[in-house]
Design a protein around this ligand. Structure first.
Ligand code: GLY
Length: 384
């Protein structure tokens, strides 16, 4: 299969990425002044991030950006603020504030595992392990999946897994590595296998969500929550799948995860518009639908992971596609340093049907843009 993406002109691309760092750091500094020790909300509203306490699924993306900025610059102010976040995440898990979610992986990997990786902090490690225990409570051994949302006794949510959860699995794999307790990794690996079996369709598109019977373990049905239709392919879900299966591969070494991520990428790439930045649902190619720049940034990280795992002769086109998308994001979607508003990456869609974060910056789009920038400009050990 060929993809219609040529690699960017490398000296110019490199210069764009260097300029992008200056923009990113200037805008992060403005957001730092705005939020203090609190957090940007999930998405901007009318171009600005409302300021929130440590609730919801996205606060770790702000911590993650601070750690990346610290690793880029060595500026102790980023580290000091991110270390305050570790205390906040400790309180959150001990008091179980808004923790009935699989998103503990997103939250604690980018706040506490990142803190431990960068500084060796034993308290950050301990807090991340508490979060891994809480995430493990959501694993149903009968269904072999981690329940995505809601209380475990909520009949509407019981047995429901979603493709996004692939990014929550690294916290579990990491916890097994740290403790020698195999329960975490077994749950993660089992969930990844069920996701591969049921969330991925035969043509390598993905369901957003899929229900399992938690008594018999039988598959029930797939549907969407944020996509265009139950049988369409929500762009961010496909991007979560590409990156997420690659992160499972990092821990398991199982080449089936690489093969699957590659099939997902082969579905994703031919369904992009000319500039390589996906519409919010891949079924909407050719319709003028809004873009989801956050899905594009996640896909860049996934494609770079995939390219690094493949033999050179097969890796090039995925690496080129990642650079092409990143060039578009940098030139046409990244906010200017002095642009009014907060946030980095414009034109994301959080949840169109709920009218949430439509054509706005969002905290995960910003985070994955900076992660992609880091991957392309530095030698970096992922926090995942
Ligand atoms: N994980 C939620 C989302 O991607 O919107």
């Amino acid at each position: 299969m060929t993809f219609p993406f040529t690699p960017p002109d490398h000296p110019r691309f490199a210069a764009h990425l260097e300029q992008a760092w200056a923009t990113v750091l200037a805008r992060l500094d403005a957001t730092r002044l705005l939020v203090g020790e609190r957090f940007p909300a999930e998405t901007c509203a009318n171009g600005h991030y409302p300021v929130r306490d440590n609730v919801e699924w996205t606060t770790g993306f702000w911590s993650g950006q601070l750690w990346l900025a610290y690793q880029r610059t060595g500026n102790p102010a980023y580290r000091a603020l991110a270390e305050r976040h570790v205390i906040s995440f400790g309180q959150r898990i001990v008091q179980r504030i808004d923790t009935a979610t699989h998103d503990l992986g997103f939250l604690y990997t980018l706040s506490c595992v990142a803190a431990w990786r960068v500084t060796g902090s034993p308290s950050a490690r301990g807090i991340a392990l508490l979060a891994a225990e809480a995430l493990l409570e959501r694993f149903s051994p009968q269904a072999g999946i981690i329940q995505a949302w809601g209380d475990l006794d909520d009949p509407a949510q019981r047995g429901r897994m979603i493709i996004d959860c692939n990014l929550n699995l690294p916290l579990l794999y990491w916890a097994s590595q740290q403790t020698g307790d195999g329960r975490f990794a077994t749950a993660a690996r089992t969930h990844a296998e069920q996701a591969a079996r049921y969330l991925v369709r035969p043509d390598a598109s993905t369901f957003h969500t899929f229900y399992m019977d938690t008594e018999s373990g039988a598959p029930r049905f797939g549907n969407t929550h944020q996509g265009y239709a139950d049988d369409s392919c929500w762009a961010r879900g496909q991007a979560w799948g590409i990156l997420g299966f690659m992160l499972s591969w990092r821990y398991t070494g199982d080449s089936q995860h690489v093969a699957l991520a590659r099939r997902l990428a082969d579905y994703f790439l031919p369904r992009l518009p000319e500039d390589g930045v996906c519409h919010w649902d891949l079924a909407l190619l050719g319709t003028g639908a809004l873009r989801d720049s956050s899905a594009a940034a996640i896909a860049v990280c996934g494609l770079l992971e995939l390219a690094a795992a493949l033999p050179p002769a097969e890796a090039g086109r995925y690496h080129d596609a990642a650079c092409f998308i990143m060039q578009s994001l940098t030139v046409d979607y990244l906010s200017a340093p002095d642009e009014v508003g907060s946030g980095l990456l414009k034109h994301a869609v959080y949840h169109l049907a709920d009218n949430k974060g439509v054509d706005e910056c969002c905290s995960w789009g910003d985070y994955f843009y900076v992660e992609a920038l880091t991957r392309l400009t530095q030698v970096w050990q992922p926090y995942w």
